[in-house]
Design a protein around this ligand. Structure first.
Ligand code: ACO
Length: 428
């Protein structure tokens, strides 16, 4: 098989969102803290009608409808999430209800969990399956679904929600290159040890420094591996686009500046440079300034969804890719992706766009999906989170109360959880 990669995609995010500028006022922080300091515009959220299962069901159904591929033609489903609702039963098994109806129960794959990284693991596994001797000629699906919510405090405005479904197979328009690099370590920067809560334990500053460290390590290994595979010299100019896992947009801008800085060190331009004398914060600012033009060409097109949804965890990197594909038609272009999951796992990988992906998303349809959303007040956002807390703490015989009017048509939602903790989903 040749050119294994991403053939198509679809996605889902909740209809309800809150403006970051409204949250600044509501939480009494200084104006601009979230909108400029974090560079976030809006945050998607949902009440107690949705969970990762329902969002994954919606994303997969949308992809199956838009691709017109038969349910019988899927031979593997890999799910990435970090918002599990069951310690044993994987989201993948819930997705099987869509395939059982069509008589297909012969589908490999389960779930990958490690913070925001699970989708990348799912992608690597699915591509490996198509390239393996066990491949049976059918497509794979990579599905990511997460609801990111934080306890009261500084991290709360960095939540978000969304789900993505990717169709994987040979002769793909977006081909996964063999050059990739990883950095994995045992850290406690962000983790979820309390099963009765959706909120992570998070050390914000540590999580950011772990992210940067992972970025530096992955980039340097990635550039070395690319160089040794082709004999050429690589730097940011060798690639057309960069897509980053985006906890908040400001981090993406700083991260790209960091790559340019890494290039300077590698090319030894650094030795006599003034940059050496700067403090970390000054250097960060300087690098944002130096890399500004390249940032707007190579990175900005991939930041739209995350600015408008917030951190969608496992889906974040794919929403970045989809934003890029909606904004540009990057045929013959090379795209570098950086995936990070706290705890920690990270990889940098390379997609080459060989054919147009416009069939899957054009910019007007893409923007429309965002502009059709329902703006909610910070009070409504807080209320929705309080309902989620109830759902998580007392799931036994739970009947959600969030209004179905707040959901889009053709959306799966949680109808109820019964007295045996079984979840029942309905399609609106
Ligand atoms: N106007 C403009 N900028 C402002 C303003 C203002 N009025 N007020 C503050 N800022 C800036 C700050 O200077 C800072 O920018 P800088 O870092 O460039 O100096 C930025 O806004 C953030 O403010 P801080 O006070 O430094 O940070 P805060 O305590 O609000 O926490 C954090 C931010 C750490 C991101 C927190 O929201 C968090 O913990 N989020 C979850 C963890 C996370 O997302 N980690 C990232 C990687 S791991 C993952 O993906 C989950």
């Amino acid at each position: 098989v040749k050119d294994v990669g991403i053939i198509g995609f679809d996605f889902y995010f909740p209809l309800t969102f809150v403006e970051q500028s409204d949250l600044e006022k509501y939480y009494g922080v200084s104006e601009g803290k979230y909108t400029i300091g974090l560079a976030q515009e809006r945050m998607a959220f949902t009440g107690d009608r949705e969970d990762v299962n329902s969002m994954a069901l919606t994303a997969v159904k949308r992809l199956m409808d838009s691709s017109k591929i038969s349910y019988l033609d899927i031979g593997r489903i890999e799910v990435g999430t970090e918002s599990i609702v069951d310690k044993s039963k994987s989201v993948k098994t819930v997705l099987m209800q869509l395939f059982e109806e069509h008589g297909n129960t012969d589908i490999e794959g389960v779930m990958s969990i490690n913070a925001c990284y699970g989708g990348t693991a799912a992608l690597f596994n699915s591509v490996a399956w198509v390239e393996s001797s066990a491949w049976d000629g059918r497509f794979a699906l990579v599905v990511t679904s997460d609801i990111a919510v934080y306890d009261h405090g500084n991290a709360r405005p960095t939540g978000g929600a969304g789900a993505v479904a990717l169709l994987i197979g040979p002769n793909a328009p977006l081909v996964l290159n063999t050059v990739r690099a990883s950095h994995m370590k045992n850290t406690y920067d962000f983790y979820k040890p309390v099963f009765s809560s959706e909120y992570p334990q998070v050390n914000g500053a540590q999580s950011i420094s772990c992210y940067y460290d992972a970025l530096d390590k992955c980039y340097s290994r990635f550039i070395d591996k690319a160089g040794s595979s082709t004999g050429k010299k690589y730097n940011v100019d060798s690639f057309d686009y960069f897509v980053f896992h985006s906890p908040f947009s400001k981090l993406v801008q700083k991260s790209f500046g960091r790559l340019v800085y890494n290039d300077m060190i590698r090319s030894e331009q650094f030795a006599n440079d003034e940059l050496e004398k700067l403090s970390d914060k000054e250097l960060e600012k300087k690098m944002i300034h130096i890399s500004k033009q390249k940032f707007s060409e190579k990175v900005l097109p991939s930041t739209f969804a995350s600015k408008n949804l917030g951190n969608s965890y496992t889906s974040s990197i794919f929403f970045g890719l989809i934003s890029l594909l909606a904004m540009e038609d990057p045929v013959d272009k090379d795209i570098v992706l950086f995936s990070y999951g706290s705890g920690l796992t990270s990889s940098m990988y390379w997609l080459t766009c060989k054919k147009s992906m416009k069939r899957w998303v054009d910019s007007s349809a893409f923007f429309k999906r965002f502009s059709n959303r329902l703006r909610q007040t910070p009070e409504e956002f807080e209320y929705a989170l309080s309902l989620r807390e109830k759902l998580i703490k007392t799931p036994h015989s739970y009947h959600p109360i969030s209004s179905i009017d707040l959901l889009d048509f053709q959306t799966f939602y949680l109808d109820h959880i019964d007295s045996e903790y079984k979840r029942v989903y309905t399609l609106k």
